[in-house]
Design a protein around this ligand. Structure first.
Ligand code: ADP
Ligand code: MG
Length: 251
């Protein structure tokens, strides 16, 4: 579903990605792990079009997406989760979901606010979709609450909900459980499994190794801006190169 070949990306002359090669198979929940600074988040930023790679190729579903704009990549069905918009703390869960009106260019909140018939129909469709997604993520009881009133875990679910508004075929999740209590972490994990069963390919960056073990197969390990290895969880954590990468960083 996603093939990354020889991707290099530097910032101010320092390479954060030094030739990344990896592929992610359709239908999987693939884990992406590695010590801090390995380049995992940067890789998501490059794949999602936020940064162009200096060198290399990224193919999504057989099509070259290297250097494409983020909204183009979203429209193709590949989306990463975003941190909740910090600028809009008073917006409700429903409004946050509606903000994400991505399917056609030029459509979104602005069109939803104008009164042409087409826009009104579109708004109704988006609204129906927002409700369905809220129900699917069990956010419907809090759908009219401002996001600031939500628990950390519910905020993470809103981020996932916003991604779902774009009808993704693949989602990139950067630490969706960070700072969330164990009960909600387990619930988010269950939602990810259920989204995956509905046909969405998932790539998950996560520090919690127990979660990676329970949710992900295969697991890809990055270190120092490159892919170190990939395989079943038990095999990659038993790999001495992986252990060294984690230890080397700690000292
Ligand atoms: P990880 O997510 O694996 O912890 P990151 O991708 O966040 O690692 O970081 C990899 C390296 O890239 C780090 O050294 C980081 O400082 C650098 N980096 C990432 N984004 C930028 C940026 N926008 N400007 C400068 N350096 C960056
Ligand atoms: Mg990161």
């Amino acid at each position: 579903m996603l093939t990354i070949s020889g991707v290099v990306r530097s910032f101010y002359g320092v390479a954060a990605l030094r030739g990344v090669d990896l592929s992610i198979a359709r239908g999987t929940i693939t884990g992406l792990i590695g010590p801090n600074g390995a380049g995992k988040s940067t890789l998501f930023n490059v794949v999602s079009g936020l940064y162009a790679p200096n060198i290399g190729s990224i193919k999504f579903d057989g099509q070259e997406i290297t250097g494409r704009q983020p909204d183009d990549i979203v429209r193709r069905g590949l989306i990463r989760t975003f941190q909740l918009a910090r600028g809009f703390p008073k917006l409700s869960v429903f409004q946050h979901l509606m903000l994400y009106g991505p399917a056609q260019p030029g459509e979104g909140l602005w069109d939803a606010l104008t009164s042409s018939r087409r826009s009104r129909e579109r708004e109704e469709q988006l609204s129906e979709k927002a409700w369905q997604i809220a129900k699917r993520l069990r956010l419907d009881p809090v759908i009219d609450n401002p996001v600031t009133a939500l628990s950390g875990g519910q905020k993470k679910l809103v981020e996932i909900g916003r991604a779902l508004m774009a009808d993704p075929r693949m989602i990139l999740l950067d630490e969706p459980m960070a700072g969330v209590n164990p009960t909600l972490t387990a619930q988010i994990g269950e939602h990810l499994v259920s989204l995956n069963k509905s046909g969405i390919t998932i790539c998950l960056i996560e520090h919690d190794m127990a979660l990676i073990r329970d949710l992900c197969d295969p697991v890809i390990v990055m270190a120092d801006g490159k892919t170190l290895t990939a395989g079943r969880f038990d095999d990659v954590v038993a790999d001495s190169r992986v252990q060294e990468a984690y230890l080397g960083r700690r000292h």
